[in-house]
Design a protein around this ligand. Structure first.
Ligand code: GDP
Length: 298
């Protein structure tokens, strides 16, 4: 899948490449470092990370002869150093089972698709998966999740539109426990327009979960759309406060020049990044590989 990931990221890499194209072979001087810093900022790494990478390069290589390729490799290494500490795959370790994953994110972020992709991944690893349709607020959400559940071939617990998400979650955990489910993935309403209601809804879900299993939810995964750039980062702030996010999935990294958003997210929030979405298909979710992503961005 390496090729496909590189393909999906092409725009990002082209962007940085084109900004560095005139470097050729040169002594690493301040003008070149300025170009690198500008290129990194253009790639959405944010001024903080860009400045720090510049300083690292300066410390290590200033005045030394460097080829364009070596420069790119050096930049990739600095980016990887930022990303490595947050790369953390979702692991199924809960005992007793099921491990409960709450999935949150604003509408359109790719939440439903990501749930389906995760279900598919876990299934491929031989885990028994179940979905819970906890986004009862949007008319289409339950139907969409059902369609994905059928396609992936996993059971789903759903209630009526406008129903109580906490009671659906309660039913789902009970059923999951009965039939020996390993992973229960819960869809939730992503309505940031009404923070209060969302908070109350999540609090109620947590209360119900806590009664059934004090460790649940084991994961609260925020789905972010990379094409939203800075707005995606702003959503981390809000959802951290409202939902107690434990990790991130960044979607739509195909066809966007926004790969740098991942670096900013890593720098500013230090939250685990579990996986990235690189397309609309069921197998277009990749474990977050910091070295690979760094090379693609640089
Ligand atoms: P939700 O409203 O957050 O549940 O979002 P959906 O899962 O319905 O996704 C919204 C749109 O984004 C759909 O057209 C998906 O196919 C698309 N989408 C989701 N993830 C990705 C991704 O990683 N790459 C691309 N290109 N599209 C995606």
């Amino acid at each position: 899948w390496t090729d496909r990931l590189f393909g999906g990221f092409r725009k990002t890499s082209e962007k940085l490449t084109s900004n560095l194209i005139e470097v050729g072979t040169a002594r690493l001087d301040d003008a070149t470092l300025d170009d690198v810093e500008d290129a990194l900022i253009l790639s959405d790494l944010g001024p903080g990370a860009a400045a720090r990478i510049r300083e690292k390069l300066r410390d290590k290589r200033f005045g030394l002869e460097i080829t364009e390729r070596e420069l790119k490799e050096a930049v990739a290494e600095e980016i990887a150093a930022i990303l490595r500490p947050v790369a953390k795959p979702l692991e199924i370790t809960a005992f007793p089972r099921p491990q409960v994953l709450l999935v949150i994110g604003v509408n359109g972020s790719g939440k439903t698709t990501t749930i389906a992709k995760l279900a598919h991944l876990f299934q491929e690893d031989d885990y028994a998966v179940m979905l819970a349709a906890g986004d009862t607020f949007r008319a289409a959400a339950i139907g969409q999740l059902q369609t994905w559940a059928d396609r992936v071939g996993v059971p789903i617990v759903r209630g009526p539109e406008g129903g109580d998400p906490a009671s659906i979650v309660f039913d789902a955990v009970k059923k999951a426990t009965e039939i020996g489910t390993d992973v229960l993935i819960v869809d939730t309403a992503g309505r940031l327009q009404n923070k209060r209601e969302l908070m109350d809804e999540l609090a109620k879900i947590r209360k119900v979960l806590g009664r059934l299993n004090p460790d649940a939810p084991h994961d609260v995964v925020l789905v972010l759309d990379a094409t939203n750039g800075q707005n995606a980062l702003a959503q981390i702030d809000v959802f951290k406060e409202v939902a107690g996010v434990t990790g991130l999935v960044m979607t739509k990294l195909d066809g966007t020049a926004r790969g740098g958003v991942l670096v900013q997210a890593a720098e500013q929030y230090g939250l685990p990044i579990h996986a990235i979405g690189v397309g609309e298909k069921i197998d277009d979710l990749r474990p977050f590989d910091p070295d690979l992503v760094a090379r693609v961005i640089a």
